[in-house]
Design a protein around this ligand. Structure first.
Ligand code: GLN
Length: 312
């Protein structure tokens, strides 16, 4: 807090950016061929407050695909639209300790472990596909747009790239169907999942989406009510325990805020009742999380005292 007073929010971001920008480790995701075309040097950090202040440093207006960050918002939407009991009947809330694309379900319940790994997210997309039919993608895009405070669009090329190569996710969807977790048609669930992953956002969008969650569902820039309070609470809980895949424990320990990453290079973080944070840097570590994104969050958490269990 003292540092923030001395330099202002922008100054704090500039210092974090400087301290973390030189790390060139990690690799671009290439299992979705189109993602390998990203410029690995791009890096941006943006923050939006619940009072509507938005600041950024670096490449905060550069669009990239939201990928797995969509899982958190789609889950929030499903909780609100279908109710907690219906969603819980299909997807658990337990960390899996496995990679995001692991082919493993909870043996006791035959449900996917949680909505932040692919198996759970595909199941959530299936629930939305069933509930909204042919309109499902529009419903998702509208809600993501409302959370970002501007009209978003989908990247057709990335969508096609993943639709053509996403055999593992199709395999997971068939196994979910076989296990009785997925009610929807396999193709409908997977198509909606690939589409939602291909929505284009910027680091600033992620920050504003995060601020919408931090502001218990109301977008602080537009004033529009985007998500219901209960759904936000449940979503943040799962983001806290499962949002960074099999790095979630380390993240909770060091950074201590609910967050969600995507293989496009984005990370969205939520400082409850205070801030949304969005980072973009496409080089990923072995677990599929953005290397400089993690570094920036660690640095900011330290500088600004963001950890949920910090004493002040
Ligand atoms: N669309 C990607 C996939 O399913 C998203 C994965 C991710 O961002 N971790 O493989």
């Amino acid at each position: 807090p003292e540092i923030e007073q001395a330099y202002g929010l922008k100054g704090v971001l500039e210092h974090s950016f400087e301290r973390t920008r030189h790390d060139a480790s990690g690799v671009l995701a290439d299992y979705i061929p189109e993602l390998a075309k990203a410029d690995p040097e791009r890096f941006g950090i943006a923050v939006a407050s619940v009072s509507g202040e938005v600041v950024g440093v670096g490449d905060v207006d550069l669009p990239f695909t939201i990928q797995s960050i969509s899982k958190a918002l789609a889950y929030c939407l499903a909780l609100e639209a279908l109710g907690r009991d219906k969603v819980l009947a299909h997807v658990g809330v337990e960390p899996s300790g496995d990679a995001f694309n692991a082919i493993v379900f909870d043996a006791l319940s035959n449900r996917p472990f949680n909505p932040m790994v692919n198996a759970g997210a595909i199941t959530v997309s299936g629930l939305l596909a069933e509930a909204f039919g042919a309109e499902a993608f529009e419903v998702v895009l509208d809600r993501f747009s409302a959370a970002a405070g501007r009209r978003l669009a989908m990247d057709e090329t990335v969508f096609r790239s993943e639709a053509q190569t996403g055999h593992r996710n199709r395999g997971i969807a068939h196994l979910l169907k076989c296990a009785g977790a997925l009610g929807a048609d396999v193709d409908d669930a997977v198509e909606l999942y690939f589409r939602q992953c291909s929505i284009l956002v910027t680091a600033t969008d992620l920050a504003v989406m995060g601020a919408t969650l931090a502001n218990i569902g109301e977008n602080p820039l537009t004033g529009s009510a985007v998500f219901a309070v209960e759904a936000v609470r449940n979503t943040l809980s799962v983001m806290f325990t499962c949002g960074m895949y099999d790095f979630a424990g380390n993240w909770a320990f060091d950074v201590g805020v609910p967050a969600k990453s995507g293989v496009g290079g984005g990370i969205l973080g939520v400082v409850n009742r205070q801030l949304g944070i969005g980072t973009y840097s496409p080089r990923l570590d072995a677990k599929g999380n953005s290397v400089r994104g993690i570094a920036a969050f660690r640095d900011l958490a330290e500088e600004m005292g963001l950890h949920v269990f910090d004493p002040t």
